[in-house]
Design a protein around this ligand. Structure first.
Ligand code: IPE
Length: 269
């Protein structure tokens, strides 16, 4: 009897495709109060993640820092790198410790799932969308977790703040099989026409659509909504479904995956 050999290429994601999502810092923390986590928000996001995983998807979750990162990073000017005459060493350690604490809340909420944690300080050098770092560890099946962090940089900066939005860009564009990349924000239904109370939701944002958000430089050491939108346009070159949604309603992520539609802003190039 002839023997048949069956060579199979190892699949690089589950048959259902990979979902990449950002949990914004203002969604999972109280941004105005140092190191204040919002556990109910994390719980409801985790519930949706469980559901998406049960549907057969691999996931990557990038979470922001909120009040576990921006407040101290702002005070000690960590995003600017090494400033001679300013003692920043202790602040670096404190922000990393605080980020570990926030990250452990996320891990705890997903504990029963096959999770893999990747603190950026362990695999990234330099900041911005061209950071150096091997993303191969994110290929294993399951749910991968990472976050905005203080990372080492080449001199003269020596260190800096890597935003979760830059991780979103690289992970969405470089991992195979990404079908959907979602920015879940805190308390806004998507990208708005402006920052007034009468602002309207922009359901489809293209490079031609104008909008005028606010970047609260008093709080935010990374780029705020403008950085996110810029990164989202880059992602939309590679990924079909790129969305901003209100993270107070995580089930909208399931709607995008199931129907390709929901309340939120879809990004299209
Ligand atoms: C910032 O990360 C990281 C630190 C300040 C340590 P992000 O830019 O992704 O955080 P959020 O979403 O704005 O809080």
């Amino acid at each position: 009897m002839k023997r048949r050999y069956h060579f199979e290429r190892k699949p690089r994601t589950g048959p259902m495709g990979r979902i990449v999502m950002k949990w914004g810092g203002s969604l999972i923390t109280d941004k105005s109060s140092l190191c204040t986590v919002l556990p109910n928000r994390i719980e409801s996001l985790a519930k949706t993640v469980r559901q998406i995983h049960e549907m057969g998807h691999d996931l990557v979750i990038v979470h922001g820092a909120g009040s576990f990162g921006h407040i101290r990073a702002k005070e000690y000017r960590l995003a600017e790198g090494n400033i001679p005459d300013l003692e920043q060493g202790e602040a670096i350690q404190l922000v990393r410790r605080d980020m570990d604490q926030l990250h452990s809340h996320v891990i705890d909420a997903l504990r029963d799932l096959p999770i893999h944690s990747h603190p950026p300080r362990e695999f990234v050098t330099n900041t911005g969308s061209t950071f150096h770092g091997d993303l191969d560890a994110f290929l294993a099946p399951g749910i991968h977790l990472t976050f905005g962090d203080v990372v080492n940089c080449d001199p003269p900066a020596d260190f800096g703040i890597l935003s979760g939005d830059d991780l979103m860009l690289r992970l969405s564009n470089e991992l195979p099989g990404v079908i959907c990349s979602i920015f879940a924000m805190g308390g806004t239904p998507g990208v708005m026409t402006d920052s007034s109370t009468e602002a309207d939701l922009i359901p489809l944002l293209t490079v031609e659509t104008g909008f005028s958000g606010v970047h609260d430089e008093n709080v935010d050491v990374t780029g705020g909504i403008f950085l996110k939108v810029e990164r989202a346009f880059e992602i939309a070159k590679h990924v079909e479904h790129v969305w901003f949604i209100d993270g107070h309603h995580p089930s909208r992520m399931v709607e995008i995956i199931n129907t390709g539609e929901t309340m939120g802003t879809r990004i299209s190039i």
